[in-house]
Design a binder for this molecule. Structure first.
Ligand SMILES: NC(=O)c1ccc[n+]([C@@H]2O[C@H](COP(=O)([O-])OP(=O)(O)OC[C@H]3O[C@@H](n4cnc5c(N)ncnc54)[C@H](O)[C@@H]3O)[C@@H](O)[C@H]2O)c1
Length: 255
């Protein structure tokens, strides 16, 4: 019960890694405010008023500010922020040389601007409360390049958004350290979630990815959620400014 009596905000808790992280925080005693564009999953019901769910879009800063103020009024100033929501437009993303810029801009609006909106709304509360810590879910493609899983070529919009999240988290760690606020990223490798369902519906792709991965499997939402909880928790009290890959060893492998 590392989070008993503490308050957390989780984005993207409508499914996948965000849902797994919010449920783990609730199971360890936190009160949790969740925001997602999807409707509330039934799994939150067992936690009653300790789980507050709002349907809202991260790319709208006004909505985010209202959501965070509402959570602070209900539960008190948030101790934790888990920035997990994100999109990957596998079919439409590509090379900045020739992709439609509207697809690039949409990816940045959610994956990077959405993270920034949350940080701007939450940090003023975090300055008033202890402990306080943030985790942002980036990706191994923020550090190294992988091919677009659904068509030939790169995934530039997504890659740039995730590299931005890693760089931003490092900068926040240095700037906010004087307030005792920690900021870290988790970079998942290949994880089977609703985001990647279309990829892993093909068993040949699951097998190919498992064969490329030193631990010989595709990851689960719980694999990533456990790393998020570690970085948020007091167990990581002297850890800030790091990027933790949760990738079964993918990043460590050159070929
Ligand atoms: N699955 C993977 O292999 C993988 C790998 C690397 C990084 N990631 C990252 O992990 C994070 C979680 O992804 P996931 O795999 O669990 O996918 P997911 O699609 O299951 O979860 C993402 C959630 O974000 C929500 N969301 C999307 N746009 C939103 C918006 N504008 N406002 C509010 N909510 C919004 C979605 O509705 C969804 O519930 C993402 O940031 C993703 O980029 C995933």
């Amino acid at each position: 019960m590392r989070f008993e009596g503490r308050i957390a905000i989780v984005t993207g808790g409508g499914g996948g890694i965000g849902l797994a992280t919010a449920l783990k925080l609730l199971a360890e005693g936190a009160s949790v405010g969740v925001i997602d564009v999807k409707p509330r999953p039934a799994a939150y019901e067992q936690y009653g008023d300790k789980a507050h769910y709002m349907v809202g879009d991260l790319s709208d800063e006004t909505v985010i500010k209202q959501f965070v103020d509402d959570i602070a009024a209900r539960f008190g100033p948030p101790n934790y922020l888990a920035n997990i929501a994100g999109i990957a437009m596998f079919g439409k993303d590509g090379s900045v040389v020739d992709m439609e810029l509207e697809h690039y801009r949409k990816t940045i609006a959610i994956n990077l601007d959405g993270v920034i909106h949350m940080i701007r709304a939450v940090v003023p509360y975090m300055r008033q409360t202890k402990p306080s810590s943030m985790v942002h879910v980036a990706s191994v493609v923020g550090t190294r390049t992988m091919d677009n899983a659904m068509k030939d070529g790169p995934l530039d919009g997504y890659q740039l958004s995730k590299a931005g999240v890693i760089a931003l988290s490092r900068s926040l760690a240095i700037d906010l350290g004087k307030h005792g606020i920690r900021s870290n990223t988790v970079s998942p490798g290949a994880i089977w979630t609703p985001l990647t369902d279309a990829i892993y519906a093909d068993p040949a792709r699951v097998e190919a990815m498992a064969n490329r991965t030193p631990l010989h499997r595709v990851g689960t939402p719980d694999d990533v959620a456990s790393a998020c909880l570690y970085l948020l928790s007091d167990d990581a009290d002297f850890v800030t400014g790091v990027d933790l890959p949760v990738d079964g060893g993918l990043l460590a492998k050159l070929v």
